[in-house]
Design a protein around this ligand. Structure first.
Ligand code: ATP
Ligand code: MG
Length: 456
């Protein structure tokens, strides 16, 4: 990471702004403009696709800027996740200009310009919500679809550090809201009146914590103070949007620290109430340990460029509620597997009311859970069959996680670790020697087989 002091040292004296200026700055204040020689963003760091879009708009006579996370990340010396473009061209004009583009969004139209798998999101400047604001009784915006100027676009963004513009016309940076000063001080500050802005869109609270986790900056006092007070407004956010946000929170490489922040600011219970209810009341440590370990592993995998699946993440997040329900049903004389299946179905049904995890993921999550009990039943052909299951690897990884967290499954885990690397003959021996172990599955009614008979 580049030294921020170095980046901004030249600017400090040149563009001195008092704190009062920053606080009271309104849309009529002149922006801070940083010319190309005085900042570190170079075109080499910008994706060629984003440059094509920027130049395409400029050459057609429109204004065109990079904006949002990409400018912020470039100034902080991080590689941007994506590149967003803002312009004064209307969505229809943008769409006409780029052959491979499509209009998206209902509330506010955006244009996605496609370059193979890569997409550059292009948005027309938006007016502040007050211009044509429709809010519900809680202050949440229900409609805002008015185009605006660059200046207005800056003020309606969430955080000052997300409202910096890189102008393709002269490569300067434009800052209306004090984002440069906040970056310099390592601060995440919501633009405008904090309570109002969180009420307008409570997801901004999740975004604030995500950026703390991702960027290692600190929250401005006001921006921080309101989060625990308003966190329960997140309950009113559509579950589909909270699913998208939870993936960003937990699958961006900083899940462990972000999770601590979500818990600390009373946000986690709004997203995962069932987990929250058992995580802190449990006397044993392993539920919490399992989750933290799962998140650390996830972060490590992302760091190593290995694939991660939301199904595994949700399996870890919801395991303790499932495990407890499962044990309760067993205590109520429901047989093992139906008890587990029922627990899985109920916990998922409850969870998707808050965070709408799509079925393609919950099906796999459920497989991982149900396989935990199938991994115990290894006699006869069973171990061989479980090994062939498409989700065996994920289930085995999950078992490892349980063992590492202190659940009493260490021997079982070791057995499976050995079984996977054993020769066919060794595997048969391992299965046969289970006959004497404590794991005694019920006799199978159909197809009695010679080698299996030993263990029955
Ligand atoms: P990331 O690195 O995760 O992409 P980002 O800041 O670019 O971070 P995006 O979701 O890509 O996040 O949004 C792009 C920009 O749109 C933001 O930087 C911000 O200026 C604006 N924005 C996004 N969400 C909101 C919101 N809820 N309210 C106001 N402005 C928002
Ligand atoms: Mg972005």
């Amino acid at each position: 990471m580049l030294s921020l002091n170095k980046i901004f040292s030249k600017l400090r004296n040149k563009h001195k702004r008092s704190d009062t200026d920053k606080q009271t700055a309104s849309s009529s204040a002149a922006p801070l403009i940083i010319q190309r020689p005085d900042h570190t963003i170079s075109r080499k760091q910008i994706s060629p696709h984003a440059l094509k879009v920027l130049y395409g708009l400029k050459d057609a006579g429109y204004e065109a800027y990079l904006v949002g996370g990409c400018v912020r990340d470039l100034l902080l010396g991080h590689e941007p996740k994506d590149f967003d473009v803002a312009t004064d061209a209307s969505p229809e004009q943008i769409h006409k200009l780029f052959r491979k583009s499509r209009l998206i969004g209902r509330r506010f139209k955006l244009v996605h310009v496609g370059f193979g798998k890569n997409i550059i999101e292009v948005a027309t400047f938006r007016a502040p919500p007050e211009a044509e604001q429709h809010v519900d009784e809680q202050g949440k915006i229900t409609r805002d679809n008015v185009f605006g100027t660059l200046e207005q676009d800056a003020w309606r963004r969430d955080f000052t550090i997300n409202a910096l513009y890189y102008n393709i016309r002269d490569f300067s940076l434009i800052d209306y809201t004090g984002g440069i000063a906040d970056l310099e001080q390592g601060k995440i500050r919501l633009i405008g009146d904090v309570e109002t802005r969180y009420r307008e869109d409570p997801v901004r609270m999740l975004r604030a914590l995500r950026f703390v986790g991702k960027l290692g900056l600190v929250l401005d006092e006001e921006t921080e103070r309101w989060i625990p007070k308003l966190a329960d407004l997140l309950k009113a956010i559509p579950a589909a949007r909270l699913f998208d946000e939870s993936l960003k929170l937990y699958l961006s490489g900083n899940a462990a620290v972000t999770h601590e922040l979500l818990c600390h600011y009373n946000v986690f219970p709004q997203l995962f109430p069932q987990t929250d209810a058992v995580l802190h009341t449990e006397q044993d440590h392993f539920p919490r340990t399992l989750l933290i370990k799962a998140l650390e592993n996830t972060d490590q995998r992302i760091d190593d460029d290995k694939p991660v699946t939301p199904a595994f993440l949700f399996a870890a997040l919801l395991w303790e509620p499932v495990r407890q329900r499962w044990q309760d049903y067993i205590a109520n004389k429901i047989p093992n597997i139906p008890a587990l299946q029922r627990a899985c179905a109920e916990v998922i049904a409850e969870q998707i009311k808050n965070v709408a995890v799509p079925k393609r993921f919950t099906l796999v999550t459920r497989d991982i859970w149900v396989l935990q009990t199938r991994l115990e039943q290894r006699s006869g052909k069973r171990a061989f069959r479980v090994l062939e299951h498409p989700k065996f690897r994920a289930a085995y990884d999950f078992l490892l996680l349980r063992a590492e967290s202190g659940e009493p499954v260490t021997e079982l885990t070791q057995w499976w670790t050995d079984f996977q690397v054993a020769s066919e003959q060794e595997r048969l021996t391992m299965v046969n020697s289970l006959a004497d172990s404590s794991v005694k599955p019920k006799p199978r009614r159909r197809r009695r087989r010679k080698p299996a008979a030993k263990s029955e």
